[in-house]
Design a protein around this ligand. Structure first.
Ligand SMILES: Cc1cc2nc3c(=O)[nH]c(=O)nc-3n(C[C@H](O)[C@H](O)[C@H](O)COP(=O)(O)OP(=O)(O)OC[C@H]3O[C@@H](n4cnc5c(N)ncnc54)[C@H](O)[C@@H]3O)c2cc1C
Length: 147
């Protein structure tokens, strides 16, 4: 449905269309899908890459996936960097295993850029308290916020 460059190394791809009807959302904040790609010819064999579903919007029937782009390396990152409206991709899932415990006294999330989508989703799910401190730090400038 469209892409947004959040930083030089992070591209948000918004997926939607008729396939959304078959997407069964889950409550976990680390929910992930398996994306299907095909390696370039002449090998042309199928490969799978795992990505966090950053956000599901039931109203607009879209889901966002944030891809780290490793320059000219890799399949998934390069696909995201060059994705255009109308491109199609097959995904399987979602799976998921983590939802922040609302009764926990404190939380610590850490990860590299590829973990930021799951961390941001977890931060959004935390109960709001007057003393909550939420920050995402990056060595590169990344426009990334929880809502
Ligand atoms: C549960 C789960 C959720 C994930 N969610 C996300 C997500 O939301 N967004 C996201 O971008 N990634 C996510 N990842 C990581 C992603 O699956 C891998 O980084 C994947 O290998 C990228 O595929 P690619 O085809 O772009 O690169 P590949 O073909 O797999 O790798 C090519 C080259 O790219 C570089 N590279 C690949 N991955 C990394 C990395 N993580 N750090 C540094 N260099 C790397 C290396 O140089 C590597 O040799 C997740 C992984 C898991 C297991």
């Amino acid at each position: 449905m469209g892409t947004e460059h959040l930083s030089p190394h992070l591209v948000r791809v918004r997926l939607g269309g008729e396939g959304f009807a078959r997407f069964e959302d889950r409550p976990e904040t680390d929910k992930y899908v398996k994306l299907k790609f095909v390696t370039p010819a002449p090998e042309s064999h199928p490969v799978t890459r795992t990505y966090t579903v950053r956000r599901v919007d039931a109203e607009s029937r879209t889901l966002d996936i944030d891809f780290v782009v490793h320059g000219e390396e890799g399949l998934a990152g390069r696909w995201a960097a060059s994705a255009r409206v109308g491109d199609r991709i097959t995904l399987v899932g979602p799976g998921g295993g983590y939802l922040p415990d609302p009764n926990a006294a404190w939380y610590l999330f850490a990860g590299d850029l590829s973990a930021v989508p799951a961390i941001a989703a977890a931060l959004e799910a935390l109960p709001t308290t007057p003393v909550a401190s939420r920050s995402l730090r990056s060595r590169t400038r990344t426009r990334y916020s929880t809502s």
